[in-house]
Ligand binder design. Structure first.
Ligand code: ADP
Length: 618
């Protein structure tokens, strides 16, 4: 059995090997000037003309300490001289210049303070617009992959740290300017002082950079753990899960799991920090002793009349500056480095190709045809759809029935272009999907999925209007849609009517919260308000009682007269109204026809299911 220290050695060797292999990977994140320019480019675009002011202010602010140190040191010498010569003019001149320099700093500083918050917000908003706009352009099949989810988390991390990265980049630039000016100022006193102090700061600077490189790697390596922790946290704090978590008494356990994942993701940082403790301590001591030695050296020079008395003051101030500058420079470089690690992901994300689109515009109810369509989800070799054929002519109503997992939703996903068939073609007005202009095609469709949205922050009216914001906000049309979705009385129950915000989380004065079924009806009202040429309904009434469902479907069929509808439902009272029914099993169409045709079949699957459900209602 390996002894403990051998085990540690082995583990270390393994990790060195793994990391060196990682570094050879072309996708390994590297800090590049390109990403630095990229971030500063975003900053410049978001901040606009104000950038110039910030540059001027930062440069001034960076050289100010050195100028002040020299002026103040000279002033001390001038006082010492005046004591002997009784000539105070040189001192007053220096004092006036010092005051002027400081006042200018105060003025610029106040303006800077005023502009900074606004600037920070501008960058934040600019970036969040960039990310969300891009996100919705990326094809669903790309968004659904796990790699994308991991990457997108890093993209978000990066995006929301851009305002602070910009601040760190600016800090690096000003620390460099400041450092140069302090070095020049110290050189005017004594080159030896400069050399000793700069050299003594090298070890701690190297350590800071090394530690940050480790952090960067850790951050990337533990993305998955952080994702788990976030996921659990959102489950705990999301009111949709509250009841289930409480009933199952799962709360404490979930909190423990979240903490475990969080700890796991941060453990390596602590180990690295501990490893660096002693070297850091040593390097800091070295710096302190070097600074002290330098002051003694200057004092001796003054005693020997090689330096003026005020220069002690100058060196003392500059030393503080120098040490502060060097550590600020490297800390900021480290922070930029740590944050920039996800810049590659971000740039890649922003360059992800948008959904492809042809240029044949669709302006009316389209004919949609599935021709020998088969489909497997990415990374799956199971056919979710197998040789599907059907045609949806304008005015048709098509019902799809089948067990869970039969492939019903997948048909809808292909039909809206979220995925492309792996075999066969989808034709729109006889043309392949790739030739069709996506936007104009999607404008003809309206869909309602099992996972419909709840716009809790918005008003009742807006929850309906969001179905088509290109239309005017018409109270009449909104009320009609609510009526068709069997929610005619809802607005009357609120003092604010259609203007009622739909969740008490966003309106302190409200006690409003809808039931699951009411939310679903609201989503139906939204789909009906859109009044699309092709309405796709994927089990839209799962949370609604049978009687309401019957009524709602009656209304939908009335509203959709002359237009097309595809409906996925388990309720045969609804399905039987469709002009065409297909029965799916394991991705294949096993039966199709009208309700009457299908129930007249002997030993048909549809017939059996229909009879079973009919019995249940007796
Ligand atoms: P239905 O709507 O009939 O319940 P789906 O169309 O949702 O069925 O699913 C058909 C099959 O495809 C199922 O086996 C399901 O597990 C699989 N599937 C669905 N969505 C995905 C996905 N995003 N990735 C991989 N497999 C999926």
């Amino acid at each position: 059995m390996a002894k403990p220290f051998q085990k540690v050695k082995l583990r270390h060797a393994e990790s060195v090997q793994r990391r060196s292999a990682e570094r050879k990977n072309p996708n390994y994140p590297r800090i590049s000037l390109k990403s630095l320019f990229y971030v500063t480019g975003i900053y410049r675009k978001a901040v606009g003309a104000r950038t110039i002011f910030f540059i001027v202010y930062r440069i001034y602010n960076s050289v100010l300490p050195s100028i002040t140190a020299i002026l103040a040191g000279s002033a001390v010498t001038a006082i010492a001289n005046a004591v002997v010569t009784r000539d105070f003019v040189p001192f007053f001149i220096l004092a006036a210049v010092l005051l002027g320099v400081q006042l200018l700093d105060v003025i610029l500083g106040t303006i800077n303070g005023f502009l900074s918050l606004r600037t920070y917000q501008d960058v934040y908003i600019y970036v969040s617009k960039m990310v969300t706009t891009k996100y919705i352009q990326i094809p669903l099949r790309v968004r659904e992959s796990r790699e994308f989810a991991d990457k997108f988390n890093r993209v978000k991390d990066f995006a929301y740290s851009i305002p602070s990265i910009s601040t760190s980049v600016i800090n690096v630039a000003s620390a460099i300017i400041s450092l140069i000016s302090v070095i020049i100022a110290t050189l005017t006193v004594s080159p030896i002082v400069t050399i000793v102090v700069v050299v003594s700061a090298i070890p701690s600077s190297i350590l800071t950079l090394q530690l940050s490189a480790k952090r960067r790697r850790n951050w990337r390596e533990f993305t998955r753990d952080r994702r788990i922790a976030w996921n659990i946290e959102s489950k705990i704090t999301n009111s949709n899960n509250a009841l289930e978590i409480e009933m199952n008494g799962l709360g404490d356990y979930l909190v423990k799991r979240m903490i475990k994942a969080n700890r796991h993701s941060q453990e390596q940082d602590i180990i690295d920090e501990r490893r660096f403790l002693w070297p850091r301590f040593g390097s800091n001591i070295l710096e302190t002793i070097a600074s002290f030695g330098v002051l003694i050296f200057v004092a001796v020079q003054i005693i020997n009349e090689k330096l003026a008395i005020g220069q002690f003051f100058t060196v003392r101030t500059l030393l503080n500056q120098l040490n502060g500058n060097i550590s600020s420079l490297f800390n900021n470089i480290a922070s930029v480095n740590e944050n920039l690690v996800n810049a590659t992901d971000f740039m890649e994300f922003m360059n992800t190709p948008a959904k492809p689109s042809g240029d044949l515009k669709i302006s009316d109810i389209p004919t949609i045809e599935f021709k020998n369509v088969s489909f497997s989800y990415p990374n799956s070799n199971v056919k979710a759809l197998d040789n599907i054929n059907f045609t949806l002519n304008p005015g048709d109503s098509l019902a799809i029935v089948g067990e869970n997992g039969a492939g019903k939703t997948t048909i809808i996903k292909l039909l809206i272009g979220a995925y492309e068939p792996t075999e066969g073609v989808i034709l729109v007005n006889g043309e392949p999907f790739s030739k069709i202009d996506r936007e104009s095609y999607l404008a003809q469709l309206g869909a309602l999925f099992q996972d419909y949205s709840r716009y809790e922050f918005a008003t009742l009216g807006e929850n309906v209007w969001f179905g088509d914001t290109s239309k005017n906000y018409s109270r009449k049309a909104i009320e009609l849609a609510l009526e068709q979705a069997d929610l005619a009385n809802l607005s009357a129950t609120y003092d604010k009517g259609l203007n009622q915000i739909m969740s008490k989380d966003f309106d302190e004065t409200s006690t409003t919260d809808l039931s699951g079924g009411q939310w679903q009806r609201l989503a139906i009202a939204r789909a009906l308000f859109r009044s699309p040429n092709v309405l796709l309904l994927d089990e839209p009434t799962s949370a609604i009682d049978a009687k309401s469902e019957y009524q709602i479907f009656h209304n939908i069929i009335e509203a959709q007269k002359g237009k097309s509808t595809i409906i996925i439902s388990h309720r045969f009272s609804t399905v039987r109204k469709a002009s065409q029914i297909i029965v799916l099993k394991e991705g294949k169409i096993i039966e199709s026809g009208t309700h009457d045709e299908l129930v007249s079949k002997r030993r048909g699957v549809y017939k059996t299911l229909f009879e079973m459900q009919a019995e249940g209602y007796n």
